[in-house]
Structure formats: C-alpha cells, structure tokens
Design a protein around this ligand. Structure first.
Ligand code: ASP
Ligand code: MG
Length: 417
C-alpha cells in the first residue's frame, strides 16, 4: 500500500487535476490512498469567510461567489462531456452548506475556523473523486473526519493515536481511496484542523496507521532542494536525507515539508519520497533510514521579517532560572514561536516572526518586571554544512546582530546595510 499527497498547487486548475489523474493512473494498483488539499489558494479565501472575520454581508457574499466561480469553472471543464454528472448537484449541496456555515453567528473563533475552512478539502476531494471515477479510475471517497481523531484543540488538533489506529480498520476496501488532508474529527463529531499546511502530516498519520510501504509528496519542485528556488538561482537537489536531518531542516523552517510529518514515518521506517508532479518520471528526493545526506552540500534556510527582542530585568538581577521561567511562561501564554534564542548574564534575546498583535501581548505580560528592546526588519539565516567563505558571501557585508554555531549548523541574524 502506498500513500500519496497532492497539495493545493497540484489541483489548482482543470489541467492540473488532469495531470494529477495521469499520475494516479500510472500507480493504480493493489492499494493506493490519496490525500488531497484544498484547491489552489482556497484555504486563504475560506479564512476570510470564518464567521466574524468580515462584517459586511455583501463582501462575504462576494468572497463566496469567487470561490464558487473558481470551483464550478474547473468542474465544467473537467466534466464538459458529461453535464449530467452527479458532481453538479453534489457541489450545489456543498456550497449551500458552506453558505449556511458562513452565515452562522460567531462563537469561538478557532472552532468556527475549523468548521468553515474544512470545506476546502471536502470540496476538492469530492471533485477529484468524481473525476477519477468518470475517467475509469474506480475509487472510494473517504471522509477522514470519521477515522482521524483529534482532541478539541481547534486549529491545532492533537492526534489521538490509539483511537485513530483502531479506526483505520474501517478504511474502505477499494484499490483507490481519495481523502482529505489537513482535517480531522473530535469524539463528539466536530471538525478540527491540524494547522496550516497540515496535509503532509495527514498523509504521514495515514502512512503510519496503515503500515504503508512508502509515502510520496507530489510537489511543483523536483524534490528537496538545498535552498528555496524563490531566493536562490542555483539550487541543488538532495537525493537522500536521513530522517533526523529532515526533522532538523523542517524545524529550522525548510518549507518543503511540514515539521510534524517525519516523526510518524520514521517510527515505522517508512520511506518518504518528494517528487515533481510536473516531471513524474524523474527521481525525486528520498527521506529514509540513510546514514548520511547525499550530496553533502550547504543547505540554506531564510526567514524574513524577523524581530530580535532583548529582554532585560528591570531590577538589574541576572538572567537566572526564575527570570527565564517567567519569560517562557509568557511566551507559552501568547503562543509565540521562538526561532532562535540566546542568553547572557544581563539579557535574554529571542528571534521571532514579526506579529505586532502577539508582540504587544508579550510586552504586556512582561512589562511588570522587564524592559524590552526591539530590532525589526531582520533576516534569520540558517546554513548547514557552512564554511566561513559561504557565510561571508551570504551575509555580503550586512551587520550580524547575533550568531550561533554548532559543528554542522550556523544561524545568523542579519540587518540591512
Ligand atoms: N489546505 C491547507 C492549507 O493550505 C492544508 C494544506 O494545504 O496542507 O493550509
Ligand atoms: Mg494548501
């Protein structure tokens, strides 16, 4: 059994869905489970439709109409030769449900978010499943919310592994199963999500629970590259990545896989392939039980719009355990994720994504005992397998505000010239 994951970009047009179908056809065999995300930028649009986000009914209507247009245009193109296909009334029904959902009175934002945004995956998989049946790839559509169980931590559902594993016995007995990434269900039947970009993680959960032979993420890049091609002209494709290395890279912010994805498949020794849906014959990258990365080339991860925050005790005490405890409690309470930290005797420094709302909350939490100093508009650069020459060429004369090095990895916070 194999598990495939197709992200939003792989199903963002009728052409893309046809291409995705050609890949599925090639691997149609004894058992294939296919996890699909919402189409294109649908999730971003749905975020606007969460009750309470937009107050004007007119502009809500407009967003909904745009989403409808986008999906119906695609479906009309996919089923041009079959205008009576059951997808049309089914889509009408789903959009009516979505409309009712968007008209609900706002309650808890995180709860409302999951009940609304999950429509993206329900709609995309319904379209894909109907289309594959239509072209002769018999399949069964699975509502993953009935099998993948999380707690009721909305927007960041925590997987209840025992129940999820047991539930997997009810996996449909079809050679091809089409199901949703990103979404899950609670014990009382509500929808949860696993966090943005969580479909990779969904595929990993399924791979784990079903003891898959392998998992494949189909992407618009040829594999795991040593840098984001948006920022780097000459990228190198990594052929083999040990599990632990992949976890570290995802942790530092490599955007190619979701950070939670690797652990479950590592625990069962399942290989994870990253391949291009534009060039499916080509060998991609493999994450697996390898001893070393191949080729061993410098790897770069950039995070822009960073803030360096220095926290200083007002009473001139040292940064000792009790002060750190207060700082960490405030970070946990505000939900700020720390990208890098360093402490000295008199101050504690943190590098975080710029989020003015959360920063204000943090300042309020700490104002009583600490002074806070900020430096904004910075870049956090992580380089694995660095040399001094590489650092110099990347930093290119910009001021370095802070640097950490281990044997293999260096992280630098740099400002502007
Ligand atoms: N559709 C969701 C998102 O855009 C999940 C995913 O794509 O992985 O965040
Ligand atoms: Mg997506």
């Amino acid at each position: 059994m194999q598990v495939f994951k197709f992200g939003g970009a792989s199903v963002n047009s009728a052409e893309a869905v046809k291409n995705m179908a050609s890949i599925v056809r090639r691997y149609y065999g004894p058992k294939l489970v296919v996890v699909v995300s919402a189409m294109g930028k649908t999730t971003n649009k749905l975020e606007q439709l969460v009750p309470g986000v937009i107050s004007s009914a007119d502009s809500r209507r407009q967003h909904l109409d745009e989403l409808k247009d986008y999906h119906y245009t695609m479906v009309r193109a996919l089923f041009a030769d079959d205008p009576q296909n059951a997808i049309f009334p089914r889509l009408d029904e789903l959009f009516l449900q979505l409309q009712h959902q968007t008209e609900r009175r706002p309650s808890n934002y995180n709860f409302d978010y999951d009940q609304t945004v999950s429509f993206g995956e329900i709609i995309s998989t319904t379209i894909v499943s109907h289309y594959l049946n239509h072209i002769g790839l018999a399949n069964e559509w699975l509502d993953i919310r009935s099998l993948l169980r999380t707690d009721n931590h909305y927007r960041e559902g925590q997987v209840v592994w025992g129940i999820t594993e047991t539930n997997m016995r009810h996996m449909p007995d079809s050679p091809l199963v089409i199901t949703q990434g990103f979404i899950a269900g609670t014990s009382d039947g509500h929808t949860t999500t696993l966090g943005r970009e969580g479909s990779d993680y969904s595929a990993a959960i399924l791979s784990y629970c079903l003891n898959a032979e392998s998992m494949t993420i189909w992407k618009d890049v040829p594999g795991f590259l040593n840098a984001d091609p948006k920022f780097f002209a000459n990228t190198v494709k990594i052929e083999q990545i040990p599990y632990n290395e992949a976890i570290e890279l995802a942790y530092y912010g490599a955007s190619v896989i979701h950070p939670k994805t690797v652990k479950p498949i590592q625990n069962k020794g399942i290989p994870l392939h990253i391949k291009s849906f534009l060039d499916p014959e080509k060998e991609g990258s493999a994450i697996g039980p390898f001893r070393t990365i191949k080729p061993r080339t410098p790897l770069y991860i950039f995070k822009n719009d960073q803030v360096l925050l220095s926290i200083l005790p007002k009473d001139f005490s040292f940064i000792a355990e009790d002060n750190l405890q207060t700082i960490f409690a405030a970070l946990a309470k505000t939900g700020i994720r720390v990208n890098l930290m360093q402490n000295s005797a008199l101050s504690f420094s943190l590098c975080i994504d710029n989020n003015p709302i959360l920063l204000k909350q943090l300042r309020e939490e700490l104002a009583h005992s600490f002074r806070l100093r900020y430096n904004e508009g910075l870049q956090l650069i992580t380089i694995r397998y660095y040399t001094q020459e590489i650092i110099d060429s990347i930093v290119a004369g910009r001021p370095i505000l802070l640097q950490q090095r281990s044997r293999t990895t260096t992280q630098l916070i740099v400002g502007n010239k």
